[in-house]
Structure formats: structure tokens, C-alpha cells
Ligand binder design. Structure first.
Ligand SMILES: *[C@@H]1O[C@H](CO)[C@@H](O)[C@H](O)[C@H]1NC(C)=O
Ligand SMILES: *[C@@H]1O[C@H](CO)[C@@H](O)[C@H](O)[C@H]1NC(C)=O
Ligand SMILES: *[C@@H]1O[C@H](CO)[C@@H](O)[C@H](O)[C@H]1NC(C)=O
Ligand SMILES: *[C@@H]1O[C@H](CO)[C@@H](O)[C@H](O)[C@H]1NC(C)=O
Ligand SMILES: *[C@@H]1O[C@H](CO)[C@@H](O)[C@H](O)[C@H]1NC(C)=O
Length: 468
């Protein structure tokens, strides 16, 4: 009987509890779904929902890839005791060209030569791509700040390499007329030219310095008492062996070429909108990359790639054309369980085709910078040149959860090399051993980035010659 007597109140208690907890629980569930503040604890709550837009943009822009800028690391390079500084010898990079991947390569080779020979420099300029014909790369010199942040560059070298003067080019007056002959730098890359060891001038940094000193001393119009301006022909990934240097030096030297603030700001806005639109809660503006947010794909099928014959390239085989690239990128998204794909492409028709295919086959959403911007932000994007617009993609892809690219493109390959700096240092040596990197149809795969297809000429040079 006692059991029956107490059952009444107990039932009431249980019913009362249920009546009060169910609505609370439903309310909590509602908030959990609607409000990211309530999502589970291990997802960072510092994201597009918890910080305002301007803070997000500011924090995104403050954050640099690799370590925090550490100029004392670059100064290790400039304070080497074997460098004999001659600030009156001023080098001018004559013919850098191409998109961001190649221009960076040209400038870093040039900077390495200038530092090792103890020379000053003219702020590098490069050739601009024609707006009518994307394959036409020789369209007149354009200034450094078309791509790069001049203030950051000048401040970096003023602090790290105080004996190297950086001269600003000016339309109104030349510094001095250049010497009549142009200097061409021999390669410093013994690793890709091992046969040169058997010659009197092996491809080492030391031999390159000697080569320059000798060349200069025999120039008929060289006068050691005066300032000399020397045109230097471009080279591509034939300068310093980046992997022969400490990681901090490599990252900081690479970081000296920071993209212009206009581009970086647009990339921050694109990322902010991407997070909101596709509910990517793990995008924290303070992170150098986002472990599980989106696949960054570089769809390199624009008219200039086609004109260059890349799309039926035999080396890249199955991954060369539109079908090959998009199949590869979709398989990578599946592998990494990423349902949102940010695609970098200069061709909106190709982006739409890819979006349709990704949705039809996997229900993945494909998005891009122009579909993520609106109003004055979109106008600011459209005000940029074709290559500058590509720089917005360059910045967004650098932080993607997984990067997918095509071997022919130095754009994607350079981003992959930058991202390799995030790979555990203990694994770094392993990942860069060629036998671990190259599969039959994949040029590079370190777990963070995958470059599909093969292009041995570029792989050989970029793996140790391109800067993060
Ligand atoms: C900066 O680089 C130098 C040289 O590699 C290193 O000794 C120093 O610890 C670095 N500082 C920071 C804050 O990373
Ligand atoms: C864009 O792609 C389409 C095919 O999808 C092609 O017909 C067109 O020429 C391309 N345009 C450029 C500028 O790459
Ligand atoms: C794309 O490349 C593959 C592999 O080489 C080939 O089988 C296919 O026909 C190509 N597609 C087009 C549209 O050219
Ligand atoms: C994803 O793509 C589908 C199909 O185009 C579309 O209906 C949906 O709105 C997209 N999702 C987002 C978040 O844009
Ligand atoms: C785009 O360029 C036009 C013409 O130079 C200028 O008037 C406008 O302010 C620019 N818009 C933005 C958002 O920068």
C-alpha cells in the first residue's frame, strides 16, 4: 500500500519536471541550432557571428602566414660576414613578368642576388598583362604596388638589411643611366644542376657572387667611384635554396612581399561573407588556416591556359582539362569531407559550370569571390585588374582547409609551398623528399594541399626555390 500512496505525488513530480524541462530543452535546442554561441565547446566561438565585421576584417588582416613577422630572422641573411656591402652598386630588376607566382619567384631570386653581392636595389617593377589578351604578358612596366605593399617591404628591409638602400623608381628622373650591358645571373641551385660541380663555376651562391663581381669589374662604363645602376635579367627559382635556410628566415623573407591592403581587405570580406553564407563556424579570423571549413580549388582553365596548351598537356594527363581538374577537386572535397568549395578562377562561365556539376553529383556548394561580394565591395573588386582580382583568391586560398590546384600553375603551387610551413616541422623534411611528394599523377601532396598532374620542370625548381 505504501508504494501506491507515494506513487501519486512521485508521478506528479515527474510530470512537473517533464513539463518544465521539455520547453527548456526545446529552447536550448533552438538556440543551439540558431545561435553559434551554443554550439559545442570544442568549436571556436571567435568567428563571424561573435565578432563584428570590422573586427573580423581587422584581425584577419593582422594575421600573417607562418610566424609573426620577425625581421631579425631576415637580418641573419643580411648580416652574414661574407657579404661586402657596396651601396653604390644599385640593381634594377629588368623584366619580371607573369602572374603572382612567377613575379614573386623573379623578385626573390633578384633580392637574393642583391643581398649576397651587397648591392642596393631599385624597388622592383614588373611587366603587366594586357587587359584585351590575357596571354600577352609584355605590356609595359607596372609599379611594385600593383601587387605588393611598398611600406611593408621598405620597412622590412630598412630594419633587417640597413646597408641595402631601396630606391624608389621615378618617372621624372632616373637615378643614373644604367650600365649599357645587362647582367644575367647564373643559377645558384646546385641541387638542380649537379653536373655543374664538374665545371670551374658550379651553380652555388658563392660562384654567382664571384661571377657578378667579375662581370662588373670588366664593364667598360663601370666607375667604382660613382653610383652604378645595373639592369638585371630575370631568373625563376634559380636563386637561393630555400630549404637550406632556417624556417624563420624562409618565412620572413617570403613574408616581405605582402599583398596590397586593398586586396587583403577584400579577401577578408570574402572570407567573412563565406563563413556567414555557408555556416562555417570554424573560420576564426585569427587563424592562419581553417582546419575544417572549405576546399579551396584553383580552376585553371581560362583562355590563356588554353592558349598555352595546358589543358591538353600530356604531363598533367588526366587532370589537365576542365573535366580532369573538376573531377580531381571533387574527389578531394569528398576525401576531406568538405561540402563547401571556394573556387578561384578568372572565368565566371567556368565557375557556374563547376557549381552545377558539384551540386548535381555531390550536393556540394561552389562559391567564388564575385558571388560573395556585393555593393561597393563588388565594385572595388571590379575596379581591380584581372591579375589583382586573382590576388584576392590567392589570399583566400592560402587559408583554405584543403587546397586543390593544377601542376601547370605556379599560382597554386606557390600557395601549397606557403602552406607547407604549417605542416609539423618534424614532418617537413619527410614531406619534401621527392619520393614522398610525387606520385604518378600528383606533383605535391602534404596533407594540406594537393597539386594534381605533373610538370617536372616547375616541380624541380619550385620545391626548394619558391618562397612561402
Ligand atoms: C626571430 O628570429 C630569430 C632568428 O632566427 C630567433 O632567434 C628569434 O627567436 C625569433 N623571434 C621570434 C619572436 O620568433
Ligand atoms: C570562359 O570559359 C568559356 C567556356 O566555359 C570559354 O568559352 C571562354 O572563352 C572563357 N573565357 C575566358 C576569358 O577565359
Ligand atoms: C579531357 O581529358 C581526358 C583525359 O585526357 C580526355 O579523355 C577527355 O576527352 C578530355 N575532354 C575534353 C572535353 O577535351
Ligand atoms: C547550395 O546550392 C544549392 C543549389 O544551387 C542552392 O539551392 C543553395 O541555396 C546553396 N546553398 C547556399 C548556402 O548558398
Ligand atoms: C571604382 O572606380 C571608379 C572609377 O575610378 C570610382 O569612381 C569608384 O569610387 C571606385 N569604387 C570603389 C568602391 O572603389
Amino acid at each position: 500500500m505504501a508504494v501506491l500512496i507515494s506513487a501519486g505525488p512521485r508521478l506528479q513530480l515527474v510530470a512537473g519536471l517533464l513539463l518544465t524541462t521539455i520547453p527548456l530543452w526545446l529552447l536550448a535546442w533552438h538556440f543551439r541550432v540558431r545561435n553559434p554561441l551554443f554550439v559545442s565547446r570544442h568549436i571556436p566561438v571567435h568567428n563571424a557571428w561573435t565578432v563584428d565585421r570590422e573586427t573580423f576584417i581587422h584581425e584577419w588582416m593582422e594575421n600573417q602566414i607562418g610566424n609573426s613577422p620577425n625581421r631579425s630572422a631576415i637580418s641573419l641573411l643580411c648580416h652574414r660576414s661574407d657579404i661586402k656591402w657596396r651601396p653604390d652598386v644599385v640593381m634594377d630588376l629588368d623584366d619580371a613578368n607573369g602572374g603572382i607566382g612567377n613575379v614573386r619567384g623573379n623578385i626573390f631570386d633578384f633580392l637574393g642576388l642583391a643581398i649576397l653581392t651587397g648591392s642596393s636595389i631599385m624597388l622592383p617593377s614588373f611587366q603587366c598583362r594586357s587587359t584585351e589578351d590575357l596571354s600577352a604578358l609584355w605590356n609595359g612596366k607596372i609599379p611594385f604596388d600593383t601587387f605588393f605593399d611598398t611600406d611593408h617591404f621598405v620597412a622590412t628591409f630598412a630594419a633587417a638589411c640597413p646597408k641595402m638602400n631601396v630606391y624608389m623608381p621615378s618617372k621624372d628622373h632616373a637615378l643614373v643611366p644604367p650600365l649599357q650591358n645587362r647582367y644575367g645571373m647564373p643559377s645558384m641551385r646546385l641541387d638542380i644542376h649537379p653536373e655543374s660541380l664538374d665545371t670551374p663555376t658550379p651553380n652555388t651562391p658563392k660562384a654567382a657572387v664571384e661571377d657578378f663581381n667579375h662581370w662588373l669589374s670588366v664593364q667598360p662604363d663601370y666607375d667604382a667611384q660613382k653610383t652604378s645602376l645595373i639592369s638585371v635579367g630575370r631568373s625563376l627559382w634559380e636563386g637561393l635554396d630555400t630549404r637550406g635556410l632556417p624556417a624563420a628566415v624562409r618565412r620572413d623573407f617570403g613574408g616581405s612581399l605582402r599583398l596590397i591592403p586593398e586586396v587583403r581587405r577584400l579577401a577578408a570580406i570574402v572570407t567573412y561573407n563565406l563563413a556567414l553564407k555557408h555556416h562555417l563556424h570554424s573560420i576564426d579570423p585569427r587563424l592562419s588556416y581553417y582546419p575544417s571549413a572549405f576546399l579551396g580549388a584553383h580552376l585553371r582553365t581560362e583562355s590563356d591556359a588554353k592558349a598555352a596548351g595546358w589543358l591538353n598537356d600530356e604531363g598533367a594527363a588526366a587532370h589537365a582539362n576542365y573535366t580532369g581538374q573538376t573531377d580531381a577537386y571533387l574527389s578531394q572535397a569528398v576525401e576531406h569531407d568538405l561540402t563547401v568549395i571556394y573556387v578561384a578562377s578568372g572565368n565566371n562561365t567556368e565557375i557556374s559550370r563547376f557549381a552545377e556539376k558539384a551540386w548535381r553529383l555531390h550536393s556540394f556548394n561552389v562559391t567564388s569571390k564575385s558571388s560573395l561580394l556585393s555593393g561597393s565591395d563588388l565594385e572595388a573588386l571590379n575596379n581591380l585588374t584581372w591579375d589583382q582580382q586573382g590576388l584576392v583568391d590567392y589570399e583566400v586560398l592560402r587559408r583554405s582547409s584543403s587546397l586543390a590546384g593544377f601542376a601547370r600553375s605556379s599560382f597554386a603551387f606557390n600557395i601549397a609551398i606557403t602552406r607547407n610551413e604549417f605542416v609539423d616541422v618534424n614532418q617537413e623534411a619527410l614531406w619534401l623528399r621527392p619520393e614522398h611528394l610525387k606520385k604518378e599523377d600528383v606533383a605535391f601532396d602534404d596533407g594540406l594541399s594537393k597539386i594534381w598532374g605533373r610538370f617536372p620542370w616547375q616541380e624541380k625548381r619550385m620545391l626548394r626555390g619558391a618562397w612561402p
